[in-house]
Design a protein around this ligand. Structure first.
Ligand code: ZN
Length: 77
């Protein structure tokens, strides 16, 4: 009986260690992912606000935060 308890205890210990290390690894991986893929930030040529490139408007190599600012900038020359 004592042997079985030891086996179960050992198995639980191994299970606990593996689970803990897997969780730590997952957390490290997600942190790395956040660090490795920061969204490219660009600056609106009209008002100077910073925004992700994916949300910006690109016209003739310049970035704008909105169509209004692109038009305003174009109108002002
Ligand atoms: Zn703007």
């Amino acid at each position: 009986m004592g042997k079985y308890l030891l086996l179960i205890g050992g198995a639980l210990l191994v299970y606990w260690i593996v689970r803990a290390s897997l969780r730590r690894r997952q957390r490290e991986l997600s942190q790395q992912h956040e660090k490795a893929a920061p969204e490219d930030m660009v600056r609106c040529d009209d008002c100077g606000v910073h925004l992700p490139r994916g949300e910006s408007l690109t016209v003739r190599g310049r970035f704008y935060c909105s169509v209004e600012h692109q038009r305003r900038h174009d109108a002002s020359g």
